[in-house]
Design a binder for this molecule. Structure first.
Ligand SMILES: NC(=O)c1ccc[n+]([C@@H]2O[C@H](COP(=O)([O-])OP(=O)(O)OC[C@H]3O[C@@H](n4cnc5c(N)ncnc54)[C@H](OP(=O)(O)O)[C@@H]3O)[C@@H](O)[C@H]2O)c1
Length: 258
């Protein structure tokens, strides 16, 4: 398939690499900062950086719009893109309706995974949530996800929004909590590596037996003495202390109400 990109960040880079590796042609890329498009093309052979969206390769069958969510709408409403080319965004939270005013075939290709530009990603079995009202495009998106080893599943915008919300809890928030754990150790001249086996077991166990069953710790045990001790240690960190109190309350609520 012939593909172009708008945006050259985390998702665009990983998708372009995966598409190219599996025999698709990544023809051109437009990014807000032209130098970023140039940098993208150093990784994606035979892809051309362009200075305007209207200069994207006209033989492209699909343009992937991989930009920050609030920019998708602006691009779609302001830019003139040939009616023949399909437009696809990769956002978890943005409805397909963002394309409602334009005549092009439109769709969503949301890979349910976390992407960081220079960290390799294995697409095998990554769920890709697909949506389109255009049958031909939906078929193409299914074929694309299959070609990179991912598993394409058709999901409507409403369900995708719930999935995205749960993904924020499962991935972004847990990662933030790991950052806090790392900072607490660093502040006390201790190494984050100490926690590696605990982190591995926590996630593996949650997947093995389910997260609710896997929960342990002072909040689950109702150990108020330890909780008070932890809050005392956090007296100079009011925001983290508040987070500790809220999360403790949430664990207690789950325990009591299920
Ligand atoms: N990262 C993830 O884990 C992940 C996972 C699944 C889905 N997504 C979704 O994928 C989309 C892209 O996310 P990302 O993580 O790849 O973002 P990102 O790394 O922050 O990259 C955003 C890209 O958008 C470009 N951009 C912003 N405004 C633009 C405009 N007006 N015109 C052209 N390009 C513009 C930026 O260009 P410059 O660099 O030139 O400024 C940058 O290359 C979002 O909808 C996000 O929700 C992300």
């Amino acid at each position: 398939m012939k593909i172009s990109f708008i945006g050259s960040g985390n998702v665009a880079t990983h998708l372009a690499l995966a598409f190219q590796k599996t025999g698709h042609s990544v023809l051109s890329v437009y990014s807000k900062n032209y130098q970023h498009a140039v940098r993208f093309c150093k990784k994606i052979k035979r892809c051309c950086p362009v200075r305007k969206i209207s200069e994207l390769n006209p033989t492209s069958e699909i343009i992937f719009i991989c930009v920050t969510d609030r920019e998708v709408e602006k691009i779609v409403s302001r830019e003139f893109i040939s009616k023949k080319v399909a437009l696809v965004h990769t956002s978890g939270s943005m409805s397909l309706d963002v394309f409602s005013e334009i005549p092009n075939p439109c769709g969503v290709f949301y890979p349910l995974q976390t992407f960081t530009k220079n960290i390799p990603v294995d697409f095998s079995n990554v769920p890709v949530l697909l949506e389109s009202k255009n049958r031909e495009l939906l078929k193409k998106l299914k074929a694309l996800s299959k070609s990179i080893g991912a598993s394409g599943t058709v999901v409507n915008s409403q369900k995708r929004a719930w999935i995205h919300l749960s993904a924020v809890f499962a991935s972004n928030f847990t990662n933030h909590l790991l950052s806090i754990a790392e900072k607490i150790l660093k502040n006390n001249k201790l190494n984050f590596k100490l926690l590696h086996p605990l982190i591995m077991e926590t996630f593996q166990k949650a997947l093995r037996v389910g997260p609710e069953k896997a929960q342990t710790g002072p909040a689950k045990r109702g150990d108020s003495k330890i909780i008070k001790q932890h809050l005392k240690l956090l007296k100079t960190e009011p925001r983290v202390r508040l987070l500790y109190e809220r999360l403790t309350g949430s664990i207690v609520d789950f325990k009591d109400k299920g």
